[in-house]
Structures are given as C-alpha cells and as structure tokens.
Ligand binder design. Structure first.
Ligand code: SAM
Length: 288
C-alpha cells in the first residue's frame, strides 16, 4: 500500500497531481486523497482513475465536480463542510490546481472566510519545463495561455517584450505554430526559446533554438501533445532610434521599402513591424 490513512484536521487541502506519469504523485498527496472526508475535482473521472492506479479507495466518500463553470453554490457547500469540521481535498485534472486550472475561486473564498487551507504540492508543467529548457531560471514570468485571436496575441506579446525574465507559456499543439511565428515577429528572430513537449511522458521532447529556428521547424513539421513554450528575456542591445533612422534612410535610398525594412529589422534584431512604422514616418511624415 502506497498511502497511509491519516487524521486530517478540518480544512481545505489543495492537491497537486501528475502531469503525465502517474507515479509522480507524492506520498502526502495519496495520504490526503485517502483520508479526506470529501473529495472535489476539476474532473471527477480522472481523479477516480488516478486513485484507482494507486489503490486508493473512494469508500463511499462524496466526490464533487468543481470546475470553471461550476456555480458559486458548489464552493459555498464545500466551505460549509469545512466549517462543520470536514477535511476537503481538491485536485485539478493535471498538475497543480490554480495554475492555468480551476481552484482560485475556492481558495479566494476560503481566504475571505478565514478558513484553514493547505497544499500537498506536486508537479507543474511550467516548473518542469523551466528545469529542462536551458534558459535562465533566476526570474521567470508565467503568462499562461495567450489569446487565440492573432491581433490580441500579438498585442499580449508586445506587453511582455521587455520583461527581464524567462517567459513561460502554455500552448495547444493546434496553435503553437502560429504562436511561435507571432513571437518571432514581435520579439525578434534571434531570441532564444524552447519548446517542451509531453513532459514526464513517453514521447517527452525538448527543442531549443532561436524563435526563428523553432517557428521554422514547426512550419515544416507540426507537433502533437501537450506543450510549454519558453522564451528568453530581451538581450538585444538597445539601439537608438537615430541609429535605426540613419540606416533606414540609407537603405530606402537604395532599395524598396519592403527590402529596406527587412534588412534594418534583421540587422538590429528589431521587430519588423516597429521598423516598418519608422519607415512610414520617414517617407510620409508622422501619423495624423
Ligand atoms: N495545472 C497544470 C500545471 O500545473 O501545469 C496545467 C494545466 S493547463 C489546463 C494544461 C496545459 O499545461 C497544457 O495545455 C500544456 O500547455 C501544459 N501541460 C500540462 N501537462 C504537460 C506536459 N506533460 N507536458 C507539457 N506541457 C504540459
């Protein structure tokens, strides 16, 4: 038996569960799942499956669904059970609850009501990817999922451009090619990045390279599975606008606007869009 039945005091127990390999669960997480009076889960079926794998019986205890679309009454009922003296364990479908997953409303409501809560921590895809990406871990910014719509995604990336930290994103295999192409255009071709796929699973893979390398590779060969994208902080020297303007003037005198913008953007590792705006201002005067 991998777990122990323990006496849990009344309170909320957030439980981290594996992100792939079932044996990544901690012994304490199993103890909590085996001992809590009430179980709540983002996906009740996947929690049942995990408990079955580890031989933890439900033994007639209530198992309640709590996800992003649950009514507030579900949270209130769980909190009422804690007030009445019960221990309530909550797990999301994979990894840590609240990390790009439900659980925040529950934690916030418990905090507001000053009820006891703790966490039996487990793996999270973001931290696992940071360990493997080969990018600095002294500071990182978890940006979760970017918006699906292209314009909103690009504008979100622009907002993240100068954060002095490794950027961490969750992404779906369907959208990762478009996301990396936008990241290359907005953040610059030469920035280092990594794509971590299927972590802790059979087909775990880490691809490292510039954003240009990663976007090109994905264009040529789409990927499947679960993905974390990491992007290094901006390391390009700050070039003065005057320097870029001088180079643009010279280039515009010798070639088309398109070629001039491409050349100068590449030379200074600047986003093409920014250099294009500068070229427009030079040729047509400031907007308005
Ligand atoms: N709560 C989870 C955690 O702590 O990592 C994240 C859940 S979020 C709904 C699911 C996303 O996390 C996936 O789309 C993927 O971006 C990332 N993810 C989860 N498991 C992963 C894995 N094994 N390998 C790579 N990425 C993973």
């Amino acid at each position: 038996m991998n777990y122990q039945k323990v006496a849990l005091s009344a309170g909320l127990y957030f439980v981290g569960v594996p992100i792939g390999t079932a044996r990544d669960i901690t012994l304490r997480a199993l103890d909590v799942l085996a001992s809590a009076d009430v179980l709540a889960a983002e996906d009740t079926r996947s929690l049942r499956r995990l408990m079955d794998i580890h031989g933890v019986p439900l033994a007639g205890r209530p198992l309640v669904a709590l996800h992003d679309h649950s009514k507030d009454s579900v949270i209130q009922r769980l909190l009422a059970q804690v007030r009445e003296g019960s221990s309530v364990a909550y797990a999301s479908e994979a990894g840590m609850p609240l990390i790009a997953d439900p659980g925040f409303e529950l934690s916030r409501a418990a905090s507001a009501a000053d009820l006891p809560q703790t966490c039996a921590p487990g793996p999270s895809a973001a931290l696992t990817a940071l360990v493997l990406a080969g990018l600095p871990t002294d500071a990182f910014h978890f940006a979760g999922f970017l918006p699906n719509a292209k314009a909103a995604r690009r504008s979100a990336l622009e907002g993240l451009r100068d954060i002095p930290a490794t950027l961490v994103f969750y992404e779906s295999p369907k959208r990762v090619a478009a996301m990396l192409a936008d990241a290359r255009d907005v953040l610059g071709t030469a920035r280092q990045g990594a794509m971590c796929r299927e972590l802790t699973k059979k087909f775990e893979e880490v691809q490292r390279g510039t954003l240009d390398d990663l976007a090109t590779a994905l264009d040529e060969k789409p990927v499947k599975g679960e993905i974390v994208v990491l992007i290094d902080r901006n390391r390009s020297e700050t070039v003065s606008l005057d320097r870029v303007e001088d180079d643009l003037r010279q280039a515009l005198a010798a070639m088309t606007m398109r070629d001039a913008v491409d050349m100068v953007a590449k030379a200074h590792d600047l986003p093409r869009r920014q250099v294009y705006q500068q070229a427009l201002t030079l040729t047509k005067g400031p907007p308005g």
